[in-house]
Design a protein around this ligand. Sequence first.
Ligand code: ADP
Ligand code: MN
Ligand code: MN
Ligand code: MN
Ligand code: MN
Length: 412
Amino acid sequence: MAADSTVVSNTENLMKYMTLDQRGRVQAEYVWIDSCGGTRSKTKTGVSAHDDPATIHVMSYGGSGRAPGRGRLRSHAKPPLEWPENSDPANSTCVNLQTLSKAVTSVEELPEWNFDGSSTGQAPGDNSDVYLRPVAFYPDPFRRGDNILVLCETWDADGSPNKFNYRHDAARLMETNAKEEFWFGLEQEYTLLGTDAWPYGWPRGGFPGAQGPYYCGVGTGKVYCRDIVEAHYRACLYAGINISGINAEVMPSQWEYQVGPCAGIDMGDHLWMSRFILHRVAEEFGVRISFEPKPIEGDWNGAGLHSNVSTAATRAEGGMKAIEAAMKKFEARHQEHIAVYGEGNDKRLTGRHETGNIDKFSYGVADRGGSIRIPRQVAKDGKGYFEDRRPASNADPYQITGIIVETMCGGL
Ligand code: ADP
Ligand code: MN
Ligand code: MN
Ligand code: MN
Ligand code: MN
């Protein structure tokens, strides 16, 4: 992508501020999933458990006591865990801030927060508070240092999970069936669009040459936006996301990255955070991310979220038996799966472009035109995993992994 000189100089300006000392206050980006499959986020300062009023006193300047306007985020009766040596917080005004560790080490340290659910389609205007409950946190690749990204579940004021909180049930299913040792690996496909909402690098209002040279392509005119893809890959690694690879896809300006294998609920957590990071990286490059399953009609591949699955039983010697048994159960619940495998998936699952038919369940070894594929190597080894090829790129990984566990093991 050609660099625009304005963008470059803004980045340089921004770096001047981003390298300023934070004075020990951590920035936590609270991320949640909204009502239309997007991510939203807002930032909170100083969420460490060490962040009680006494600490703030220590951090105040000039000896006149507490810095004004710094409210408590959560009450902590305990004193800070690590007082700097030889300093009495009551008198000291010039403690070395560096000696106070602010790094968050456990999700329990992170306070609940809330947001205006009426602005995200998650609550009515007359009862708009939705609560954010931290469930996982990751090093923040944008702000770096001790700053973090915090993944949250959404909860209503009456103490029930928000309508769009699909994680809650998925987490219960994973816990109930923990002994099965579910592993998942998701292949997230997506399309890069210009600000005009047309695929990036395509002729304006027109089309590039037919599909063929683009899949795993190399070279000008064959791949687009490798810079964004590389930035996202590295940002995910920095954040500790279990990203396992990338490749350019069949349709130009379409890419894939894989996350996994992840155990249980981690799959949804890692994938959602990787999506947030992707949107956030692309925003800096002025490019849009689309998770539409069929962004361009016609002879252009759609975008999926192939979901690879294994359990302790399928991975063990003779695991093919367990895979075959699972296929019977999957066949019986095809429509239930399709119902949660993404919006607009009917345009993608046509039985063409390496997809199965949306109305009919099928599976087979090395079959990329079926609902579920058993990799050739797995059939050869007689054990391993299988690939559910039905989910669309915009499907919710909590719903996918949840229904897979439900189908194989029974509901809650
Ligand atoms: P393909 O494009 O051929 O379908 P990929 O290499 O893109 O395959 O993705 C395969 C995914 O399968 C990997 O990302 C990995 O996470 C996942 N996977 C591999 N082994 C297992 C396993 N035992 N259980 C669950 N997922 C697995
Ligand atoms: Mn406000
Ligand atoms: Mn793949
Ligand atoms: Mn693919
Ligand atoms: Mn695949």
